[in-house]
Design a protein around this ligand. Structure first.
Ligand code: ATP
Length: 335
């Protein structure tokens, strides 16, 4: 069976790591019909729009996309396209498995945790205005609907994949109403899953605990902003952003992308680590029902790390994007 997938190269290191990933996905033997359409600055030049209609139509049609990072300007400029895409397709669950790789020095020991982040609301609602000069208000939106469905996603995943615990992360001590509502919704869902352990932890304490004893965590369930921050902290625990994949999942579609951004400092140099996007594509293959191909791709990537010959510079090695990719392709022939 051929799968139709929208391919969004992105910018910065995006096109390099997406090109590498496309090669390894094809090498798994799974037939993919890629429809490549960009978003962001490149799309503006080509289609006159940051999010071209053809791209939106393509995602609607195929319901699966693999995406490279798109630069988000700080403080000014257009709103984040990544956030707009997630909202437009109501991709409410952001799923980020954080697992260390062999041979990547990790002073925090073996780590295997999953960040489940609410993807559609919170301070990412982007509702900001100047009340009077010198006073800006930014609205944190938390709803019962979004909190309940992200909790259901986390617990259902835990049950299906034999994970032991869900930990809801919050700051309800200060944001009693908004984070309080989030927690209440999660508690109701948790009561329907007596087989999964449930606990709650304040976000600042979570940061400290993650650094002191990350092994205690299994699935972390968070609102949007806390989820964003904790994901990067988690990436740091295992050696960096180059290693953490992600999936944005909704009822009518899914977009797979790395946690990292466009890394303009290393763009075009051929040294970006494609692991995070490759692992995202393994999640995509599993989502498409290609469980064996997803497993083989992940295993090939792990083998490259076990061998230790093709580790990229962000993790202390000297390999280029291409050398790493060749390493994965070679492993795919054997696994
Ligand atoms: P965004 O705001 O879009 O999330 P960011 O400001 O968090 O982006 P990133 O682009 O994610 O920044 O990257 C932060 C730094 O981590 C980069 O400057 C780069 O040096 C490094 N980095 C990120 N991704 C990779 C990668 N795939 N390979 C190598 N280094 C990377």
């Amino acid at each position: 069976m051929t799968h139709n997938v929208t391919l969004i190269p992105g910018d910065g290191i995006g096109p390099e790591v997406i090109r590498a990933t496309r090669r390894v996905v094809e090498a798994t033997g799974v037939e993919v019909n890629w429809e490549e359409i960009n978003a962001g600055g490149e799309a503006l030049k080509q289609y006159g729009k940051l999010l071209p209609d053809v791209l939106i139509e393509s995602i609607k049609r195929h319901q699966v996309a693999l995406k490279g990072p798109i630069t988000t300007q700080v403080a000014e400029g257009f709103p984040s396209l990544n956030v707009r895409l997630r909202k437009m397709f109501d991709l409410y669950a952001n799923f980020r498995p954080i697992k260390n790789m062999p041979n990547v020095p990790c002073r925090f020991g073996d780590i295997d945790l999953i960040v489940v982040r609410e993807n559609t609301e919170d301070l990412y609602a982007g509702l900001e205005h100047e009340v009077v000069p010198g006073v800006v208000e930014s609205l944190k939106i938390i709803t019962e609907r979004a909190s309940t469905r992200i909790a259901e996603f986390a617990f259902a995943y835990a049950r299906k994949h034999g994970r032991r615990e869900v930990c809801a992360v919050h700051k309800a001590s200060i944001m009693k109403r908004s984070d309080g509502l989030f927690l209440n919704c999660v508690r109701i869902v948790a009561s329907q899953y007596p087989d999964i352990k449930y606990r709650e932890l304040i976000v600042d304490n979570t940061c400290m605990q993650l650094v002191i004893n990350p092994q205690q965590f299994d699935i972390l369930l968070l609102e949007n902003l806390y989820g964003d921050i904790i994901s990067d902290l988690g990436a740091g625990l295992i050696g960096g952003l180059g290693l953490v994949p992600g999936a944005n999942i909704g009822v009518q579609g899914a977009i797979f992308e790395a946690v990292h951004g466009s890394a303009p400092d290393i763009a075009g140099k051929g040294i970006a680590n494609p692991t995070a996007v490759m692992l995202s594509s393994a999640l995509m293959l599993e989502h498409l029902g290609e469980l064996d191909a997803g497993r083989r791709l992940r295993s090939a990537i792990e083998h490259v790390y076990s061998e230790g010959k093709h580790i990229t510079r962000d993790l202390g090695g000297a390999a280029t994007t291409q050398e790493f990719t060749e390493g994965v392709l070679k492993q795919l022939e054997t696994v």
